[in-house]
Design a protein around this ligand. Sequence first.
Ligand code: NDP
Ligand code: 2IT
Length: 451
Amino acid sequence: MAVSDHVDLETFIKGVEKRNPGQNEFVQAVTEVAQDIFEFIADKEEYHEAQILRRIAEPDRVVSFRVCWEDDNHNVRVQRGWRVQNNNAIGPYKGGIRFHPSVTESVLKFLAFEQTFKNSLTGLPMGGGKGGANFNPRGKSDGEVMRFCQSFMTELYRHIGPDTDVPAGDIGVGAREIGYMFGQYKRITGRWEGVLTGKGMEYGGSQMRPEATGYGAVYFMQNMLKHKKDGIDGKTAVISGSGNVATHAAEQITKQGGKVLTLSDSGGFIHDPDGIDQDKIDWIKDLKTNRRGRISEYTDEFTGASYHEGERPWGVKCDLALPCATQNELNGDEARTLVDNGVIAVSEGANMPTTLEGVHIFHDAKIMYGPGKAANAGGVAVSGLEMSQNAERISWNHERLGTMLTELMEGIHDKCVKYGDQGDGYVDYVKGANIAGFKKVADAMLAYGVV
Ligand code: NDP
Ligand code: 2IT
């Protein structure tokens, strides 16, 4: 009989900190999950004996590489790229690629760890991974972005494949970047295969993928409200970000009769008391994806709105809040302000946007709080459908994919309720998502033995 690993939570977290020095985001993500998992496995000896949590919190591998490219002035530039392959117990590694100056190994390790639970929650066969580079696409020409993407893929291609690891987009990586990277993969390998998702419609993309994350985060919110016999119609919403996730979340809130009051970027936020309707959202999408401008320009175009330089939108009174920009963008004080202002539900379009203190404040106030790994899983779920479509060489239409997405989000919500219902009418969605996500991966790992 093996000696079982019955360390307590505190000792476990201390070990994670020691093994990952200075990797604060990674330690934060593991801490948030470990609290719930320790409680769940307290009486389940087999998970302890096989050291399952310890194994999930140690990436299968972290590949780091140099990305060298030439800017428009013929200067040689050097960036660092990574692919973190966290766990492939239930399917090929799957997760986005992020290009942003704030990208570090810690950020990508936390994202790959979270992705493992998120992908498990979707019910589709996908493991967890994440990649990226400390490259800032802002202010770069199309040619510079293309040369960077090609150089990035020239190394990445050897680590990925449709049955091994399938990257997609994330912050700073949208349709343009996926096109450049897919083109380079095809050029190097001579193979057209579903190695990336989020592709253009002309070359194997899934019709619902652009909308999937933002729409999915609103469907998750809709499901939380429905569970309490409530809905989005007539409610006000505060949203951060103005990229892929934020604009599509705004669009779906509007479709369901809600009023979106704010959007933001890293420069500040805009507040439009009249509501950011579909026409205004279309203008913002064009600003961000084609003209590549700043959200501050909104006030030049639409009267009645104000711009708040260097600020985040959480002080604006609202019923619903959807953080859709980046990690740790909503801290304890801001969570308290939202609660004091009467927020009833929070659905996270971004990954880990709320700090640990903020999460505790939402819980103590017993508001509905959908964590990113559940609420924003619609994006990767439709990526999973794109993989199936590519493998079968078929294409599903928008309507069919829309139905599949709503069903997937309902399924994720129900799994969270199953494992997170506290019995007093309150659903702990964090706990529900952590346990449901963990269980499937853990049981697959048990089946494989010690590998
Ligand atoms: P985009 O690049 O399309 O948009 C990102 C938005 O967030 C921009 O408005 C950007 O502003 C803002 N932002 C980025 N970094 C910061 C920062 N440090 N501080 C303040 N604002 C910031 O990315 P996505 O919309 O795709 O991603 C947003 C979030 O959603 C991320 O957390 C991502 O991991 C998560 N996510 C994305 C999925 C997807 O399918 N795309 C799937 C699931 C989760 P600026 O333009 O000034 O940089
Ligand atoms: O965080 C995420 O889930 C994503 N960026 C999407 C990943 C994917 O593979 O579609």
